[in-house]
Design a protein around this ligand. Structure first.
Ligand code: SAM
Length: 337
């Protein structure tokens, strides 16, 4: 293997977030406007062969060990199970997971598990179908719940649930969401809302903070911090709930305090957009074009070297709270969350 994706601050990226599409079938208010976005033209998207080649370069030359498929909504990419099967056949084989809204998971959980998918992270912000409709502008709550159940049945465990809380919309649901997940053996993670919406409507003062989330949960559950040693490069800080997994009514909960408790110093991620651009961070303002290299006939080592050089430019921190912070041009859905 060649040299890894190490940056100037000594961090090494081993976790690849790979966007399969910028399109989505939901319109979550904190992510996308009701009318959607100008989608990437199809010829600009990486083909299946290009995706497999880039991931092969990442695992054989750059030390990537985990691949998380995301988007947009990755399950709306045609042939996703075939992409997973081809990635699972790579040597070394990366661990494979998907971040999804689960609207198509009832149908796809089985085929994805057979293809070699290891786990799923499902985004679900509410237990109330009406609130779901308000938040996502689509009436698909039952399908999402059915999708989560199908993932569990298919063995895509631990099923992780991601929730973003919006003040006055679903923030009161934090304890109910946790209880629902504990009862089913799912691992819940709350994510602080980040300035990555296409509409640029994010308002720090309105954001529900990690501290508030913990206070709400602490009023109903016994929470014990798991500590930094266990966290590693994971963005979530985790707490044992009511004695932890194995205890009656117990489990684990995570909070991803991207804004108020940034975890940049431990970041081990590199990102590839659906049109083949390397990004070093969700909040990066620069990209490096691998698709152009692929399509101009570059060899694997040239592509690997461009990826390494891109990662050298990774900033020490996302800098959300710093003066001069500018939101990236691409919204979350076009980067791959
Ligand atoms: N469509 C897939 C899904 O729903 O999981 C994958 C892409 S989505 C952009 C990934 C995650 O980003 C979801 O959990 C979503 O809730 C979250 N997200 C989107 N916009 C966000 C924002 N502005 N702040 C925090 N999280 C956000």
């Amino acid at each position: 293997m060649g040299t890894a994706l190490t940056d100037h601050f000594g961090r090494t990226a081993t976790d690849l977030r790979l966007s399969l599409t910028d399109r989505c079938d939901l319109r979550c208010t904190y992510c996308m406007p009701a009318e959607g976005l100008p989608w990437l033209p199809r010829p600009e998207l990486l083909t299946d062969d290009e995706i497999v080649r880039l991931v092969a370069i990442a695992v054989t030359r750059l030390g990537v060990r985990e691949v998380r498929l995301t988007g947009g909504e990755p399950l709306i990419r045609p042939g996703i199970a075939n992409i997973v099967a081809r990635l699972a056949a790579l040597n070394p084989r990366p661990s494979l997971s998907v971040t999804t809204n689960a609207t198509a998971l009832e149908r796809l959980a089985g085929p994805l598990a057979v293809a070699g998918l290891d786990r799923v992270n499902v985004s679900l912000d509410t237990l109330d179908p009406q609130t779901f409709k308000t938040l996502t502008r689509r009436d698909k709550h039952a399908r999402v719940v059915a999708g989560i159940e199908a993932a569990d049945r298919a063995g895509l465990r631990p099923v992780k649930i991601n929730s973003v809380l919006m003040r006055g919309v679903n923030d009161h649901e934090a304890p109910a969401l946790l209880r629902w997940c504990l009862e089913r053996g799912y691992e819940l993670r709350f994510i602080e809302q980040m300035p990555l919406d296409a509409q640029h409507g994010w308002d720090r003062a309105q954001m529900v903070t990690a501290q508030e989330i913990l206070e709400r949960l602490g009023a109903e559950f016994h929470l014990e911090p798991e500590g930094e040693a266990l966290r590693g490069a994971a963005p979530a800080e985790t707490w044992l709930v009511n004695g932890g997994p194995g205890a009656p009514g117990g489990g684990r909960v995570g909070v991803i305090g991207s804004v108020t408790r940034p975890f940049c110093a431990a970041c081990d991620r590199t990102r590839l957009t659906a049109d083949g651009q390397v990004r070093t961070c969700l909040f990066a303002r620069e990209e490096s074009d691998l698709r152009g290299l692929l399509r101009s006939g570059a060899d694997d080592e040239t592509i690997a070297q461009t990826w390494r050089t891109a990662m050298l430019g990774k900033k020490a921190a996302a800098g959300i709270g710093e003066p001069g912070f500018v939101q990236p041009d691409r919204p979350m859905s076009a980067i791959g969350g």
